[in-house]
Design a binder for this molecule. Structure first.
Ligand code: CUA
Length: 338
C-alpha cells in the first residue's frame, strides 16, 4: 500500500504513528520558519534597499520587548520538541510488561533469530500481529543495527553487550529488515524480512517448526556440560557460587559494597568476566568462559537462568530456595509466548 507521501514506509506497528506525528511536526516547524525567515529577508532587502549613494539610515534603539519575544517563542517551540521527543523515546525504549522475547544475534553478514519456544530463523522473523515482542540483541563481531522501517524502530547491535528493542506489529504483511550500520563488505546484503501473521496463522507456523529445543532447555544442557552445576548447584551443592534460582531480576550484593540488578548484562558479564562483579560472600574462584561459549549459547544460558524463577523471589543473596529442575524450566520457558 502506497501512502500519500513518497518514500514514507508503511506504518505497521503501534509506535509508527507516534514517530510519524513527531516527524511531521518537526518538518512542519522547519518548513514554516524557513519560509518565514527567507520571505522576510527578501522583503526587507527590497523594501530597505539603498536608494541614493548619500543615504544615511535613521538610528535604531534596541527593543527589550522584541528581544524577549524572539527568545521566548523559540524556547517554547524547542521545549515542545524536547518534551514530545522524550515521550516517544521513553515509550520505545522501555519494553512493556511481560513481552514475548526473541533473541537476535548479528554477524557478518546475517541475522540469526531464535524464539523462546526454540524456533530458529535466519534473516527472517515471523511474529504475530497484536503481541508485544521484545528483542534481546547482541553481535558476534562488529556493530550492526537492527532496522525495521515499517515499525519505525532502529537499534544498534553491539558486540559484548545486550541491547533491547520492542514492538507490537499492527498489520499482517511482509516488511523489510535492514542492517543500518556499515559493518563490512556485504553490509548491504545484510537484509531480511519480518513476516507479520494473524495469531492463528502464527500458531500454525510455530507448531510446524517446533522440532528445535527451547533456548532454556539448550541453556540447561550447556550449564551441565560446562560443569556450572558443580558450583552453582540446584540446592546449594558445591556452594562455591551463588545459586541461580530466582537470581534474574533481583538485587545482588557485591563484595565491593555495591548492589546491582541481575539483568541480562550482569549475567552475561558474570559468565565472561566473573571477577568484574564479585557476589558478596564468595571468593574470586570462577574461571572466565570467554571464548568457550558463543553469543547464542550465552543467550541460551540466560534463558535457562531466567526460567529458574522461585515463587517468592528473595531480593537478597542465596537462600535455600527450591531450584527448578529441568521439567519446570521447560514449563516456565514455554508459556512466555502464549
Ligand atoms: Cu551488519 Cu551492516
Amino acid at each position: 500500500m502506497q501512502t500519500w507521501m513518497p518514500f514514507l514506509p508503511e506504518r505497521a506497528s503501534s509506535l509508527s504513528g507516534k514517530v510519524d506525528a513527531l516527524y511531521f511536526y518537526l518538518s512542519g516547524v522547519t518548513i514554516f520558519f524557513t519560509l518565514l525567515i527567507s520571505g522576510t529577508l527578501i522583503f526587507f532587502v527590497i523594501k530597505y534597499r539603498r536608494r541614493s549613494p548619500y543615504e544615511i539610515p535613521r538610528p535604531i534603539a534596541g527593543s527589550h520587548k522584541l528581544e524577549t519575544l524572539w527568545s521566548v517563542i523559540p524556547l517554547l517551540i524547542a521545549m515542545s520538541m524536547f518534551v514530545w521527543g522524550a515521550q516517544v523515546y521513553f515509550e520505545q525504549a522501555r519494553p512493556p510488561e511481560s513481552p514475548s522475547e526473541i533473541f537476535v544475534v548479528g554477524k557478518q553478514w546475517m541475522w540469526k533469530l531464535q524464539h523462546t519456544t526454540g524456533q530458529r530463523e535466519i534473516n527472517e522473523l515471523h511474529v504475530p500481529v497484536g503481541r508485544k515482542i521484545k528483542l534481546i540483541m547482541t553481535s558476534e563481531d562488529t556493530i550492526h543495527s537492527f532496522f525495521i522501517p515499517a515499525f519505525r524502530i532502529k537499534t544498534d547491535v553491539l558486540p559484548g553487550r545486550y541491547t533491547t528493542q520492542w514492538f507490537e506489529a499492527t498489520k499482517p504483511g511482509t516488511y523489510h529488515l535492514f542492517c543500518a550500520e556499515y559493518c563490512g563488505m556485504n553490509h548491504s546484503g545484510m537484509i531480511g524480512s519480518i513476516v507479520v501473521m494473524v495469531p492463528s496463522e502464527f500458531d500454525d507456523w510455530l507448531s510446524g517448526n517446533s522440532s528445535q529445543q527451547s533456548p532454556a532447555i539448550a541453556g540447561q544442557q550447556i550449564y551441565q556440560s560446562l560443569g556450572c552445576v558443580s558450583c552453582h548447584g540446584a540446592n546449594g551443592e558445591g556452594g562455591r557460587g551463588p545459586t541461580l534460582a530466582g537470581l534474574f531480576g533481583g538485587q545482588v550484593f557485591l563484595t565491593s559494597g555495591e548492589t546491582v540488578k541481575a539483568d541480562e548484562a550482569y549475567i552475561r558479564e558474570s559468565i565472561v568476566n566473573p571477577q568484574a562483579k564479585l557476589v558478596s560472600g564468595f571468593g574470586p574462584i570462577m574461571p572466565t568462559f570467554q571464548g568457550q561459549v558463543t553469543e547464542e549459547q550465552l543467550l541460551q544460558i540466560l534463558a535457562f537462568i531466567k526460567s529458574l524463577q522461585v515463587a517468592n523471589p528473595q531480593p537478597a543473596t542465596p537462600a535455600t530456595g527450591p531450584m527448578a529442575p529441568a521439567p519446570s524450566a521447560a514449563a516456565t520457558a514455554r508459556p512466555n509466548l502464549r
